[in-house]
Structure formats: C-alpha cells, structure tokens
Design a protein around this ligand. Structure first.
Ligand code: NIG
Ligand code: FE
Length: 412
C-alpha cells in the first residue's frame, strides 16, 4: 500500500530514538508533502513527493491530500475491562462528593469489583471489545489493560484471561498488567496482610504459570496501599519477572513515586500531586512519568505538573486511564487536547508523549510509536487539517478519518 500527497507525515523519529526526555519532546519531526510505503504490515519507506519512485505507480494507493498521517496513539494505562459504568457516582460528584468520599462509602473500585464478580467472562469480553474497537477508531494502535476489578484470585484471573483473549482478537499490541492491589476488599479491611498474602501466595504463582501478565501495578495511596505494602507486592512480582507500572501520587504526595523508582518501575502514573523532590527524581530516572489528564478533568483534581516534569528532564507520556470511576473515556484525541489546554504542553510535546513515549511506557517503542522504517504500519490519516495544532485545538471532535493497522484499513 502507498499513501501519497501527505500534507504532514508526523513523528518521523529515527528508529533508534526509543523515548524522549525533557526538551527532546519539543522536536516532533514532520515531513511535508510526503509519501509512505507499507509492505507486509510494516513501514517500508517514505519520502518527499518530489522524489516518488515511479515503480510504485501500480500499488494500491490512498491519496491523503490535505491530510496528516500520525503514528497511532499508544495508550499505556487503561482499565477498560469493567462490568458496568458508574453513572450513579456522576450525580454524587456533581453534588460535591469527592472521589475519596465516594470510595469510602462503598462506591468506587469495590462497587466495580462486586459487579465484575457477577459478570461472565464472555459478557466482559464483549463489552471490552466494543470499548477497544471504539478506541481504535479514535486512533489508538497499542494499549495496556489492567486487571484490578477482580480483587479475588478467580476474578483477577478472569480479567487477565479476558486480556489474553483481547490480545488474540485485536490487531494491535496489547500489554496486560496485574492490579490485584487496587483496593482492599471489605473482608480484608482490617487485615491487609492477609490480602497481600493472598496476592503473593495464591494469585501471583497462577498468573506466572499461565503467563497472564506483563506488568504489576499497585494503587499506592493513602487509604489504599501504603508504601510498605506496595514495596512488598512489587518485590513479590519481581520474583516472577513482572516489572512495576504503578499508580502514584494521584491524591497525595507520600513517597509512592520513590517506591516505584526504587523498584525500577517502567512507569509511575498519575502524578497529580508532586513536589520538587519528585520532579528531580523523575528527571534523573529511566522510569516514565505517565500523565492522565482525563482523570483530573473528570474527578476535579489538580492537573499534573507536566511543565515542571519536562523542565526537570523527565520522560513524559500521556495515557487515557479509561475506567468507569475516574476517567470514563478512552479518547486519546481528547487526552492530547487536555494536555495542551490544561497541562500547557505544546501540540508537539503532547503528540510525542501520546505516541513514542506511550509506546516506551509499554516497552513497545521498537515496534510502534513513530514513523520509522521497519516499525508496524499502525497509523491514522486525519481529515483535511490546516496544521498539526488543529487536532488538539478542535477538542472533543475526532480528526481521525482512516485507521491503518498492520498495513490494513481498520473498519472495526
Ligand atoms: O487510575 N486510582 C485508581 N484507579 C483508577 C480509578 C479506578 C476506579 O475508580 O474505578 C484510576 O484513577
Ligand atoms: Fe488508573
């Protein structure tokens, strides 16, 4: 397949560039008036229209005149398997209740867990498939999915098996994360160690035996998992080769980031609450700072300090956090808009963070995340756009016109 007359071919980073830190995010290489050749599902070559090889004339060709071609969004943090939405909490939130108050009153994660317990694996697979297909149509071409609404051995395994089925059913790379440490089930409210022991002794060996997870996550937060509890779980995961990607500094700054860094986390995610120590630590670390502005937007908490992270030289990624409680949307176009509007990232920084750095946060940047020869042809063609900035500027609307995965048009 050949794509011609591309107004802007976005994210033409060198193949060796696997992530971007600090001021490197300012550079989003764009080839103007370009063509792109796809062969065997991979990016085979690209160049300027003035140098288009005439031997390509017979190929199946898409004329992208006036349009931009982007590498697919790489959404490195989602909880897209859930049994039911939580609109009842929406009303409570509008009435002024905070996320913590709703959770403490038995809403929140525990509410989702009791609903998931009742749902069959097939039902959950079907509803997750619809969400994932919608996300793909909005430009997402690689995704991470967490468990964490199971909170029993069987229910967590059920979630992870559904992720395995999604991996087999969808034409995009998918990474699975074990998030059994998402909240304490009510029966363990006064016996945290017993739940941790269950994760470590009963769940982890099964997850490892069936190779059901790529990463391990903990909601390290006041009222959820303490720093010590988080460390214990991450150490147990490490014995099975599971690297951490953790929920850190979402509601308070109490050392979660430092716990992640001490355990060589691939990413620490959220970071709505940071102090200078956190910014400095991330600026000197290979751990990726993944920001989730849809969550701040939806539950009315502070937006992460993206500018501070970038000026301290951190590797900043953007993801959707798609989940029923704090971010009921998997729309990465909106995430990129929010990053510009609320985090004050430039369109170039935001696109880099949502593509190449997102792929790095899933250890997939050899395969996806930029336009480079040999990478998967996972990309999208926009509607006609005046400039790159039009995409985040036109918030709430999708400029994605054609999705191409493994070199084939995705119809969903
Ligand atoms: O990333 N903070 C923890 N987990 C999710 C929310 C989960 C929920 O409310 O169901 C998050 O925001
Ligand atoms: Fe999350």
């Amino acid at each position: 397949m050949l794509i011609t007359n591309i107004k802007g071919l976005v994210g033409v980073h060198s193949k060796e560039t696997l992530s971007l830190r600090g001021s490197e995010l300012n550079q989003l290489p764009i080839l103007e008036n370009a063509w792109l050749l796809i062969e065997d599902g991979l990016i085979k070559d690209f160049g300027l229209m003035s140098n288009l090889n005439t031997q390509y004339a017979n190929l199946n060709t898409i004329n992208a005149e006036g349009r931009f071609v982007f590498p697919s969004w790489c959404d490195s943090h989602t909880h897209l398997i859930f049994a039911a939405p939580r609109e009842e909490e929406f009303a409570l939130k509008i009435a002024g209740k905070t996320y913590e108050e709703i959770a403490a009153a038995g809403g929140g994660i525990l509410n989702s867990a009791s609903k998931l317990l009742q749902a069959s694996e097939d039902e959950l697979f079907e509803s997750a498939s619809i969400r994932l297909s919608d996300m793909i149509k909005q430009g997402t071409g690689a995704v991470e999915i967490k468990s964490g609404y199971g909170l029993t051995v069987e229910s967590e395994l059920k979630m992870l098996r559904i992720i395995q089925r999604l991996k087999a059913a969808f034409p995009i790379p998918i990474k699975a994360t074990l998030l059994a440490a998402h909240a304490y089930p009510t029966e363990y409210k006064n016996n945290h160690q017993a739940y941790i022991d269950l994760i470590i002794n009963a769940l982890l060996p099964k997850v490892a035996a069936e190779s059901l997870a790529d990463y391990i996550d903990v909601f390290c937060e006041k009222g959820f998992f303490s720093n010590k509890e988080t460390a214990q779980i991450l150490e147990a995961g490490a014995k099975y080769g599971l690297k951490p990607k953790i929920h850190a500094n979402q509601l308070s700054s109490t050392g979660a980031v430092q716990i992640g860094l001490a355990h060589q986390a691939v990413s620490v995610d959220h970071l709505e609450e940071t102090d200078t120590d956190v910014l400095q630590a991330l600026g000197q670390s290979p751990t990726i700072a993944t920001l989730l502005p849809s969550c701040s937007f939806y539950i009315n908490i502070p937006f992460a300090n993206a500018k501070g992270l970038l000026s301290h030289n951190a590797i900043v990624a953007l993801a959707s956090d798609y989940n029923p409680g704090s971010a009921p949307s998997g729309n990465m176009n909106f995430v990129v808009s929010l990053a510009c509007i609320k985090l004050k990232m430039t369109p170039e920084q935001a696109v880099n963070a949502a593509t190449l750095n997102g792929s790095a946060a899933m250890q997939l940047s050899n395969e996806v995340g930029s336009i480079a020869i040999g990478k998967k042809a996972n990309l999208f063609i926009t509607r006609p756009m005046t400039s790159l900035a039009y995409l985040p500027y036109s918030f709430g609307q999708s400029q994605v016109e054609t999705v191409i995965l493994n070199g084939e048009i995705y119809h969903g």
